[in-house]
Design a protein around this ligand. Structure first.
Ligand code: PLP
Length: 404
């Protein structure tokens, strides 16, 4: 884990060294990823798949090698099960549309959970509106963990799909998706995992989990923006119709009708983000060169260290403290009984060079349930270390003094 691999970390913000603790929103990029983008546009940029000329063939090879690297990274059975998208949101929207067209009818039910990001709520709400189906959600226990007993009760004859986050982007809690998948599969209900906050932080093995779909974003795992993945088991993907039409996704187009391409191209209409996939491949290589044991241990220790240092500050309320987490700590600061607005904290931290996220974190139903206007969220990447936590704590104490 070498901070020097990440050029942006030497930047100054408001004349202070940058302390970047907003990795759940987007991570910074190692030089290898930045170089990959420059290399692609400088040396082999050319549209893929269709060309017989040299550059097109080079670009095609890079794109398909990236697909294979992603498949190995999440242990998919085949690279045909890897669909490149724009990111998690795009993946979930694609699935909601396509699955909805094939399998959702009036009165059917889809289950999400009470901690979901809007990306794993709104596409399903839109589908339910279109098909007159019903969206249910797994309620939360008092400690903000998912109520699995209640989930058992929600599963019924009309349940067609379950879609849950592996890690909450607000709380960092690791949800018991193994159990959720097992319970859903007992009733032959497929499960989609929102891996936006898990894939960057823990080894995700789709075959060991036996999930049916997995969505994640490149930009949260040290790769570029505009590239993401929808994994789907081949048997499911083969049964789903394409969600978009255009070039690449067809076998033949006639006025009498169109036949669709094989997997995965059936779901990749138009020119794909082949520079993004190439740079994502470099990000995966980077993560693997650090190694999962090191990443997971380092981020767990940082999270625990951060919770323990925060716990020393009067008036701090940490949410879901002590629960197994993946690189996220969410809290609020109180002056007596009075909550100090997270936005004020975030602004004062920013003035000291510390970047955190404040607000509802695109999870308004959860924030409503917590009965707060938002939280302050600290989130780690593999390049953060204890000095970042120490700088953040010093800045927070100063902010507290200024606000009280
Ligand atoms: N799901 C979760 C749990 C997230 O944290 C995020 C982004 O923060 C998303 C989905 C959406 O990801 P993207 O904006 O990359 O599509």
């Amino acid at each position: 884990m070498n901070r020097n691999d990440f050029p942006i970390l030497t930047e100054q913000v408001h004349h202070r060294p940058l302390v970047y603790l907003d990795n759940a929103a987007t991570s910074q990029k190692p030089q290898a990823v930045v170089d990959a983008i420059v290399e692609a546009y400088s040396h082999w940029n050319s549209n893929i798949h269709r060309g017989v000329h040299h550059l097109s063939q080079v670009a095609t090879i890079h794109h398909e090698e990236a697909r294979q690297a992603v498949a190995r990274f999440i242990h998919a059975d085949s690279s045909d099960e890897i669909i490149f998208t724009k990111g998690t949101t795009d993946s979930l929207n694609a699935l909601a549309f396509s699955f909805g067209e094939a399998f959702i009818h009036e009165g059917d039910e889809i289950i999400v959970s009470g901690v979901e990001h809007h990306s794993n709520i709104v596409p399903w709400q839109m589908l339910c509106e279109r098909k007159k189906a019903v969206l249910r959600h797994i309620p939360l226990r008092e400690d903000l963990s998912l109520d699995i007993e209640a989930f058992r009760g929600l599963l019924g004859d009309r349940t067609r799909l379950v879609s849950v986050a592996q890690v909450s982007n607000v709380l960092g809690i690791i949800n018991p998706i193994e159990e959720i998948i097992r319970l859903a599969h007992e009733r032959h209900i497929p499960v989609c995992i929102d891996g936006a906050q898990s894939v960057p932080h823990m080894q995700v093995d789709v075959q060991a989990l036996d999930c049916d779909f997995l969505a994640f974003s490149g930009h949260k795992m040290y790769g570029p923006t505009g590239i993401g993945v929808l994994y789907g088991k081949r048997e499911w993907l083969n049964r789903l119709p394409p969600h978009e039409g255009g070039g690449e996704m067809i076998h033949h187009v006639r006025w009498s009708g169109t036949t669709y391409n094989d997997l995965p191209y059936k779901f990749e209409a138009g020119t794909p983000n082949f520079v993004g996939s190439y740079a994502l491949h470099r990000a995966i290589d980077y993560m693997l060169s650090v190694g999962w044991p090191a990443i997971e241990k380092h981020e767990r220790e940082l999270t625990e260290y951060c919770e323990s240092r925060l716990g020393d500050i009067d008036g701090v309320r940490i949410y879901a403290a002590g629960q197994p987490k993946a690189g996220v700590v969410s809290f609020n600061l109180y002056a007596g009984n009075q909550l100090i607005h997270p936005f004020d904290i975030g602004t004062l931290l920013d003035q000291q060079g510390v970047a955190v996220r404040t607000g509802h974190h695109c999870a308004e139903p959860l924030i409503d349930e917590m009965q707060v206007p938002g939280t302050v969220r600290v989130s780690f990447g593999l390049y953060n270390d204890k000095s970042d936590v120490d700088a953040f704590i010093t800045a927070l104490r100063k902010a507290q003094m200024m606000l009280s």
